[in-house]
Design a protein around this ligand. Structure first.
Ligand code: GLA
Length: 507
């Protein structure tokens, strides 16, 4: 009687007596021949409850749970505290608990239902052995102490990466052919030095825990030797989690061992991709997880450019360099479409303060030559990335390039803007609807000016130097795509094609 009174008093207004949710719960399903397990512990306090979960997806915290009769609602905490939680709703019937996302389904797709069974009344967090292996094995990482720059990437890294064109199909043979083509096409001599192998080179670990390659890469050391013999450098890919984005072996709890392996193979560049790492690290550990590998790379004694790939989360510009990074992605993945490229490229304002010699914002790799954009759009892609002082990692099949593609990628005057020693990231100086003028200060006192027309029709654009913070009467104005000096007047008016660019150097 007393218990009932107490629980009635604890109930909020209008809530029915709560069914008891406290205890341990379990759910399992098989999908594509793989078993997925979920384990939950809930603790009720009157009509309120909280909980913890562990599943193949990782750990989750459950907050703001409410029981009203047998109806329940709760939220799963977002891994990133700056992003909203996900709400769920469901029903509790004895030892069965069903729930679905509370948000209305997108399109016709019914949200997947979770059906938990109560396995005991214990509220101790004690996951089954099959899931225990997924718990983090490290001691929670504290805040980082900034480490000194490694002295590399004093200008934005230039090279090639396998992902945008070859995805999972990259092989040793293709990398060798690409190395040959980098030389014969003039790409190497234009500055594209790093040849970076992205995800899907990985095999499992051997008996000593050393990472191995899969059948597509029979001998990584021999491949690196070959690439080096062409006057190029070579890069590789891993991540701080247990698995890469393609579900292959990553470096969790093997950081020093993998760094040693990469150095022994002769690697000069590492792209370190977050992917599944949220399953083992809390958000506040992300800088530490990145610094762990930075320190491991330093320990090898080999100069290795360190590229952070975590999609710009958690304001990476604030800590990327302190963690030991030479560059860090600022966005999700680019694709070979105007909308994707232009949305990324024109939305980099505000990050310029983080860029400088040795540490760069990375708006992702180039799509130039992959076929999804027009020549004008690819020129915009190249010009914008150079004004942004972005890393220039070609992502096309350089074995097979049209003359137009080669001309865009190897335009030395445009590349010189990207590689300028001052290392300033350019910014938007003027905007008139879909017409934008971006400028980038250069080491010799000149300014790079990009006149971009994002609209669907060709447009007349005028650049007035005084309005752009440039001397009223410049000594020289040069068009970097036409390779032509223009009259050095107080302003310049030009017809810019739809989605196109006019790129100038004004001194
Ligand atoms: C993520 C990265 C991409 C690429 C893939 C590979 O999506 O952002 O650049 O490395 O993983 O799996």
């Amino acid at each position: 009687m007393r218990k009932l009174l107490v629980s009635l008093l604890l109930l909020g207004p209008g809530l029915a007596a709560a069914a008891d949710i406290s205890g341990s719960w379990y759910f399992e399903r098989t999908f594509n021949n793989r078993k997925f397990e979920e384990y939950y512990v809930f603790k009720a306090d009157g009509n309120k409850f909280t909980g913890r979960a562990l599943s193949t997806r990782g750990r989750q915290e459950i907050v703001n749970g409410v029981i009203d009769g047998n109806q329940i609602t709760f939220e799963v905490k977002n891994w990133d505290p700056s992003r909203p939680n996900t709400a769920y709703k469901g029903e509790l019937n004895g030892d069965e608990l069903r729930f679905v996302p509370a948000a209305p389904p997108r399109g016709n797709r019914q949200p997947p239902e979770t059906v938990l069974k109560r396995t005991s009344t214990s509220t101790e967090f004690n996951p089954p052995d099959s899931l225990k292996a997924l718990l983090p094995q490290h001691k929670h990482l504290g805040p980082i102490q900034p480490i000194k720059p490694n002295g590399l990437a004093l200008t934005p890294p230039m090279g090639w990466n396998s992902w945008n064109k070859f995805h999972r199909n990259i092989t040793d043979k293709i990398v060798r052919e690409v190395a040959d083509a980098m030389v014969s096409s003039g790409m190497r001599d234009a500055g594209y030095i790093y040849l970076n192998i992205d995800d899907t080179w990985e095999g499992g670990r051997d008996a000593n825990g050393n990472i191995t390659t899969n059948e597509k890469f029979p001998d990584m050391k021999a491949l690196a030797d070959y690439v080096h013999s062409k006057g190029l450098k070579i890069g590789i890919y891993s991540g701080p989690g247990r698995a890469t984005c393609q579900g292959l072996e990553a470096s969790y709890m093997h950081e020093e061992q993998d760094a040693k392996t990469f150095a022994a193979w002769g690697m000069d560049y590492l792209k370190y991709d977050w992917c599944s790492a949220s399953a083992v690290y809390d958000a506040d550990e992300m800088p530490g997880a990145y610094q762990k590998m930075a320190l491991a790379l330093r320990k090898t004694g080999r100069p290795i450019v360190y590229s952070l790939c975590q999609y710009g989360w958690l304001n990476v510009g604030e800590w990327g360099a302190a963690a030991g990074g030479n560059l860090w992605r600022t966005t999700g993945d680019i694709s070979d479409r105007w909308e994707s490229m232009s949305n990324i490229g024109f939305n980099q304002m505000g990050r310029e303060k983080y860029a400088g010699p040795g540490h760069w914002n990375d708006p992702d790799m180039l799509e130039i030559g992959n076929g999804g954009m027009t020549t004008d759009e690819y020129k915009t892609h190249m010009s914008l990335w150079c004004i942004l002082a972005a890393p220039l990692l070609a992502g096309n099949d350089v074995r097979n390039m049209t003359k137009e593609t080669i001309d865009i990628l190897t335009n030395k005057e445009v590349i010189a803007i990207d590689q300028d020693k001052l290392g300033k990231q350019g910014t938007r100086a003027k905007q008139d609807g879909e017409l934008e003028i971006w400028t980038k200060p250069l080491a010799d006192g000149a300014t790079a000016v990009g006149l971009f027309n994002r609209s669907a029709a060709s447009a007349k654009m005028t650049a007035r130097w005084s309005e752009l913070g440039i001397a009223k009467q410049p000594k020289s104005v040069r068009d970097l795509w036409q390779h032509k000096d223009l009259d050095a007047a107080a302003e310049y008016t030009v017809e810019v094609p739809s989605h196109g660019v006019v790129m100038l150097r004004v001194k």
